[in-house]
Design a protein around this ligand. Structure first.
Ligand SMILES: [Zn+2]
Length: 107
């Protein structure tokens, strides 16, 4: 059912589409970049409406994949998270191998 109400944040006349309500139910109304919490009763009467600050939720960042450099037998070998060989350089270029592993880890 369409309900006409005054947005408690910006004061403009707005319309919301509410489902059938049994008793009293709480809803969050998103109007543009702001939100309000409201209570609607079974007669689709807005009993209470007040501004509700919006918070942005984020999911936890996935753990980084680890890349490594193994040194031995005159070689610096860059390996991926699964142990796969990605590059092989002379040990004199160990710095370049580490830089490569760091770059791969950042992506
Ligand atoms: Zn508003």
């Amino acid at each position: 059912m369409k309900i006409k109400m005054k947005c408690p944040v910006c004061g403009r006349q707005i319309y919301i589409e509410a489902p059938p309500v049994d008793g009293l139910r709480e809803f969050v109304v998103l109007h543009g970049d702001h939100a309000a919490k409201i209570y609607i009763d079974e007669h689709h009467f807005v009993r209470r409406a007040w501004p509700a600050p919006l918070l942005k939720a984020e999911e936890e960042e996935a753990p980084r994949q680890a890349y490594g450099v193994f040194v031995g037998r005159g070689r610096a070998v860059v390996v991926g998270p699964g142990g796969e060989k990605l590059a092989e350089l002379p040990t004199g270029e160990l710095g370049a191998a580490v830089t490569l592993a760091e770059k791969l880890e950042m992506n």
